[in-house]
Ligand binder design. Structure first.
Ligand code: PEP
Ligand code: MG
Length: 580
């Protein structure tokens, strides 16, 4: 048994069969074929070998023309190796007699060859091992198709173990089949982590190198509460975790009974619970969990899921679906927030050595005004349902906000001229996620209808900690007193101007912070739908004066450690079985 510590980013426990995605692509778990498909699978293998052979031949010819035969000979060696009769016989035997899938046979045979080369000393041998890996990769690529698409195509329950996953790769996972994942890299605030929470699957990131200990196909445990992954668990550990899975299922069932009750404190104060979504299909989950609207629709996932830039019609349909599904409830559509770790298919900016400080979010939108206008037109067209609100992300200066509002005004004018209906009184808000925005809140209050605090970025920009870097993850916390002071300033300022303010960063979905946030005066929280029932239960078991007393004590504290200790103690008093 091997226990590995990482960073817990999406709660819950998952137990299941591992599928390993390492730097070389998929490491294929052992799969057996039904007797009647053996012949078909042998044909698939032969076709893959033939296709890869012709791909390599093509490369050989190109290199030979451009650089000469000397360089092209390496490809000849690859062709020879790939068509070696002994290798072919071995693969055929595995498929025909042992009923291995072609993918598993290829992966197993070629990795064994590569290992032999690796065990022999010298650069020449290391190169040969690389050649074998290269052939394996090409063959698997042919057999499996593109890796990303394959993640979407998984149709049996697995846990994904990977070096890294991009937010869009994660977004392509079907949570019915991918029951959890763990990655070697990645930090607590990365969008990959956020998407995992949205999908409601346990996830652990930043584990460090561990993939060489996993082979794929074996049972693993991902403990998203403690940030652990357990390889080769013993019987006792498995039994304990199975019990935990049952317990969580019971708790989730009990919480559904709260669905139709209000999030009201014991002294009768209403708290607005809203949902964060990335895809239109999640609107239903929000309704199932009894939230009062959508506080953050991360529309940029439409770009990430699409191969190219979405058309106005594609935008429109997605927004209309959400607005209609949520009829009678507010839907806050955040305009595209691309860049940094959410990379669209746009030309690379010239110099992005600090992508989180670079051309991301509203800055990128204002640089690609046509793309921005297309999205705004679609949001406006969908707004005839009257429940849509527009929110601009990452606003750092007043000028930036005014420029965004000007593009919006242009889009409105165009629609008006074209006679296309939209909501003329649509509310316009902004995210508060950069310290400069907090400092200028009084001015922003004159220019927007509402605010939402984005703690994921606010923490990163306040503490100068990259939200997706595991090596500085211990500094990345919403419990830092500086962050809490900025949150208080934002709430006080919005309150003083009578402007509604909510919070949609991950902090708002963590019950650890609920009492503090209510005590600081927040009355609206937007979270992943999965987190909402627990928050509702907590709201219903505290009073505002109790929360204010907690906030008062927190505001006097000097370190995140003290803040967390106090909040944990207070939470456990209210929800004794809460697992933090
Ligand atoms: C945030 O920064 O808190 C936020 C909600 O936006 P995102 O996580 O998408 O950057
Ligand atoms: Mg943000």
């Amino acid at each position: 048994m091997k226990r590995l510590q990482g960073i817990a980013v999406s709660p819950g426990v998952a137990i299941g069969e591992a599928i390993v995605l390492d730097n070389e692509g998929f490491r294929i778990p052992r799969r057996f074929l039904a007797r009647n498909v053996v012949q078909r699978e042998l044909t698939r293998l032969h076709e893959a070998i033939a296709r890869v052979t012709s791909d390599i031949e093509e490369s050989r010819q190109r290199v030979s023309e451009q650089l000469g035969d000397e360089y092209a000979s390496i490809f000849s060696a690859h062709v020879q190796m790939l068509n070696d009769p002994r290798l072919r016989e071995e693969l055929e035997e595995m498929i025909r007699d042992r009923h291995y899938s072609p993918e598993y046979a290829v992966s197993r045979a070629l990795r064994r060859y590569a290992k032999v080369f690796q065990s022999l000393k010298g650069d020449y041998m290391a190169e040969r091992a690389n050649d074998v890996f290269d052939i394996e990769k090409r063959l698997l690529h042919r057999l499996l198709g593109e890796r990303r698409e394959d993640l979407a195509k998984i149709t049996s329950e697995v846990l994904v173990l990977a070096r890294n996953l991009t937010p869009s790769e994660t977004a392509h996972m079907n949570p019915r089949f991918v029951r959890g994942f763990a990655t070697e890299v990645g930090g607590p605030g990365s969008h990959t982590a956020i998407v995992a929470e949205g999908l409601g699957i346990p996830a652990v990131v930043g584990v460090g190198a561990f993939l060489s200990d996993a082979s794929g196909g074996e049972t693993v445990i991902i403990d998203g509460d403690e940030g652990l992954i357990i390889l080769q668990p013993d019987e006792e550990t498995l039994a304990r975790y199975r019990h935990e899975v049952d317990h969580q299922r019971d708790l989730a069932n009990r919480l559904t009974s709260l669905k139709d009750l209000p999030a009201e404190t014991t002294d009768g104060i209403q708290v607005q619970l809203l949902g964060n979504i990335e895809f239109p299909s999640e609107a239903q989950q929000c309704l199932d969990r009894g939230v009062n609207g959508i506080g953050l629709y991360r529309t940029e996932f439409l770009y990430l899921a699409n191969k190219g830039e979405p058309t106005e019609e594609e935008h429109y349909q997605a927004y209309r679906d959400v607005a209609e599904a949520m009829a009678g409830f507010p839907v806050v559509m955040r305009t595209l927030d691309l860049g940094a770790d959410k990379l669209p298919a746009l030309p690379d900016p010239e110099d992005e050595r600090n992508p989180f400080l670079g051309l991301r979010s509203i800055r990128l939108a204002l640089k690609h005004v046509d793309m921005f206008r297309t999205q705004l037109r679609a949001i406006l067209r969908a707004s005839v349902t009257k429940n849509i609100r527009i929110m601009f992300p990452l606003i750092s200066t007043l000028i930036e906000l005014r420029r965004a509002k000007m593009v919006l005004a242009d889009a409105m004018e165009d629609l008006e001229e074209e006679g296309v209906p939209f909501d003329r009184d649509i509310k316009v808000g902004m995210m508060v996620e950069v310290p400069s925005a907090v400092m200028m809140m009084d001015h922003f209050c004159d220019e927007v209808d509402f605010f939402s605090i984005g703690t994921n970025d606010l923490v990163q920009y306040t503490l100068a900690v990259d939200r997706s870097n595991k090596d500085v993850a211990s500094l990345y916390t919403s419990a830092d007193p500086a962050v809490i002071k900025l949150i208080k300033m934002s709430i006080d300022s919005a309150d003083a101007h009578g402007k509604p303010i909510s919070m949609c960063g991950q902090m708002s979905g963590n019950p650890l912070y609920t009492m503090l946030l209510l005590g600081l005066g927040l009355r609206s929280l937007s979270t992943t739908p999965a987190a909402a029932p627990e928050l509702k239960r907590l709201c219903r078991s505290v009073s505002i004066p109790e929360c204010e007393a907690v906030a008062q004590r927190v505001l006097e504290m000097e370190s995140s450690r003290d803040v967390k200790a106090l909040l944990r103690e207070e939470l456990l008093k209210r929800l004794p079985e809460h697992i933090d």
